[in-house]
Design a protein around this ligand. Sequence first.
Ligand SMILES: Cc1cc2nc3c(=O)[nH]c(=O)nc-3n(C[C@H](O)[C@H](O)[C@H](O)COP(=O)(O)OP(=O)(O)OC[C@H]3O[C@@H](n4cnc5c(N)ncnc54)[C@H](O)[C@@H]3O)c2cc1C
Ligand code: FES
Length: 277
Amino acid sequence: MKSDSPFVPYLATLQDSIDLTPDVRLFRIEIDDPEVRANFDYSPGQFIFVSAFGTGESPFGLTSVAYRKGPLEVAVRKVGTVTGSLHELEPGAAVGVRGPFGNHFPLDEFKGKNVHIIGGGIGFAPLRPVILTILDHRADYGELLIINGARTPQDLVFASEFDTWAGSPKTKLELTVDAGDKSWTGRVALIPSVVKELNLSPDNAVAVICGPPIMIHFTLIELKKLGFGDNQIVTTLEGKMKCGLGKCARCNVGEKYICKDGPVFTLEQISKLLEQF
Ligand SMILES: Cc1cc2nc3c(=O)[nH]c(=O)nc-3n(C[C@H](O)[C@H](O)[C@H](O)COP(=O)(O)OP(=O)(O)OC[C@H]3O[C@@H](n4cnc5c(N)ncnc54)[C@H](O)[C@@H]3O)c2cc1C
Ligand code: FES
C-alpha cells in the first residue's frame, strides 16, 4: 500500500534479523510497494520509524547505505515495549516504515580529510553507513580511524565486519571494552582514554561521535584538549520523538527540532543552540 501521508507508515516486510549482541539485533526490512521501495532514498545519519503493529513505533538510525540498493537495515537494542515486540518478530512479519527523516552526516565536506569515527554501544550503529561510504569511495577520503567501544566484548556491534574494515586501505580499527573476559586480548579502557592515548591529530581531520551522553561528554573534553575546533566535531542528538516531522514539538532544542534540523550537528551548532537557554 502506498502512503500519501508522512504519518501513515509504508507497509513493509521483515526479510530477516540477526543477533549482533545479546540485546541488539540487526533487522533487514523491505518496503512492499516496488515503486516506493525504488524511490526510497536516504543518506548516512538519517533515521526511520519502524512500527511493530499492535504495539507502536520507534525511531532508529539507518545502518545501511541506499546506493547498495539492498533492504533497509536498522540495529535495534531491546530496551522496552516497541523494541521488545520487534525482537519477537520472525522473518516474513509485517512491519511499518515511516521516513526517512532528519539531516545527514556531511560526507561531502569530509572528502579529502582524515576521518575519526568514534562510537560507543548502540550509538555505533548510525556510524556504520559513514564507514561503508568511505570504504566504498576510498580515494575520496584521507585516513580512516574507527574507534568502537562497548561494555563487554560481546556488546561490540558489527563484529563480523571488523576484519574487512581493519584490512581496508588507509584504515585503522581500535576496539575497546569497559570490562574484558578470559578470551579478550584487546584494550580495556573507556573511549575518552583511548582518544587521549592515541593522541588523535586535528590536522585536516574531522571527528564523528555517537554514543551515550556521558561518553560523548568526556570524549569532547579530550578532543578539545587535542586541539579539535568545534566545527571539526560532528555528533548526533537524541530526544523523545513522536512525529519526526517538526510538527509535535517533542524534540526541540531552542528553535531547532532534532528530528528535522538534526539529528546530526557540529559542536559549533550545538554550542549556539545551548546559548539560547
Ligand atoms: C533519532 C533517533 C535514532 C535512534 N536510533 C536508534 C538505533 O539505531 N538503535 C536503537 O536501538 N535505538 C535507537 N534509538 C532509540 C530508540 O528509539 C528507543 O530505544 C526506543 O524508542 C525505545 O522504545 P521502547 O518502546 O522499546 O521503549 P520504552 O518502553 O518506551 O522505554 C523503555 C526504556 O527505554 C528508555 N528510552 C525510551 N526512548 C529512548 C530513547 N530515545 N533513548 C534512550 N532511551 C530511551 C525509556 O526511558 C525506558 O527506560 C534512536 C532514537 C532516536 C530519537
Ligand atoms: S518528533 Fe515531533 S517535532 Fe520532532
